[in-house]
Design a binder for this molecule. Structure first.
Ligand code: STX
Length: 317
């Protein structure tokens, strides 16, 4: 059997700080790797999931200069869990500000799940700024993708986990789970917010990997769950602030010149392989890598392997 590539060794950031957006947010950012290396941007999932130190390890530290940041309202960005001035297009502008801060013209953009959604939105807005793309666990935020995960789809594969999500809702509320959770996640009562946030987040923690993982429990921690659930639900209530259901697929012609690798697990229950397939049909130049025996998470061994092969490839290794 082929030896699987694993993460690069743990490394510290060599610089970090907060960027003031001027409209009420402070964005935590950090740089790691080689300051003279090839510029790369990592986009985390959720939205609301935040960065973790292991995300640095997806890039060869000798060859890459990597920027990671916590998107508005999550991780170390402030104010925590804020939904004000928090849309896809605010995040796209934040990315441009960060690029100017680093002082580079172009960067490789790597994003998984919502990070892939945001990567597409950014590249389609600023195609000249993106040198290559690595997209994992494709999510294009069509209504059918939201229905699959939050209404009627993954619920059939995880009926036991889904029962927990439904447990706090009335029969009437169960007809629109995203809307019912919005009520609770924006309640003036923090306890009501927290109860809903934990159930919403644990659903994802328990369905993100192919097989049960010990990391699922961390999704239920107060701070993480509040930001993750509130921000995800906010974005999904507004269909990602896109102007049409298929905006990100329809606009692929704007970015077809950018070298791209698309990596997706066969048994991804959060974002179906169909999403990656549809993207690859619209983008014949992109290389689609279907990973057998893998779910949604970057931490799946086969997914990690192909993500690192892709960053190595684009570094000319
Ligand atoms: N959320 C999809 C998403 O972006 C519906 C996502 N799924 N899991 C994640 O992000 C984490 C990597 C943050 C766990």
């Amino acid at each position: 059997m082929e030896q699987l590539r694993g993460l690069y060794p743990p490394l510290a950031a060599y610089d970090s700080g907060w960027l003031d957006t001027g409209d009420g947010h402070r964005i935590y950012w950090e740089l790691s790797g080689n300051p003279q290396g090839k510029p790369a941007l990592f986009l985390h999932g959720g939205p609301g999931g935040g960065i973790s130190p292991s995300h640095r390890q997806l890039f060869d530290p000798q060859r890459y200069n990597v920027l990671l940041f916590d998107q508005r309202g999550c991780g170390r960005s402030k104010p925590h869990a804020s939904l004000e001035n928090n849309t896809t297009w605010h995040l796209v502008d934040d990315i441009e500000r960060l690029r100017q801060m680093v002082g580079i013209d172009q960067w490789l953009v790597l994003g998984g799940s919502w990070g892939a959604t945001l990567a597409l939105a950014y590249a389609q807005t600023y195609p000249q700024q993106v040198s290559e793309m690595v997209l994992r666990g494709v999510f294009t935020l069509r209504q059918q993708e939201l229905n699959w995960y939050y209404q009627d789809g993954a619920s059939h594969i995880f009926p036991d986990k889904w029962a927990q999500v439904l447990s706090i809702l009335s029969a009437e509320e169960r007809k629109d789970v995203i809307a019912a959770y919005r009520q609770r996640l924006t309640s003036s009562d923090r306890q009501i917010q927290l109860e809903a946030a934990k159930l919403w987040s644990l659903w994802e923690g328990e369905t993100v990997t192919l097989l049960p993982s010990s990391t699922a429990a961390t999704f239920g921690e107060d701070e993480f769950a509040l930001a993750f659930a509130r921000i995800e639900n906010h974005y999904f209530t507004h269909q990602g602030f896109l102007t049409s259901d298929d905006q990100l697929l329809k606009n692929v012609p704007l970015i077809r010149h950018i070298p791209a690798v698309i990596i997706h697990g066969r048994y991804d229950m959060v974002c179906r392989l169909q999403n990656a397939w549809d993207l690859a049909q619209a983008w014949p130049e992109a290389q689609l890598q279907i990973v057998e025996g893998a779910g949604h998470s970057t931490n799946e061994p086969g997914i990690q392997h192909h993500v690192i092969l892709a960053t190595d490839h684009f570094a000319g290794k």
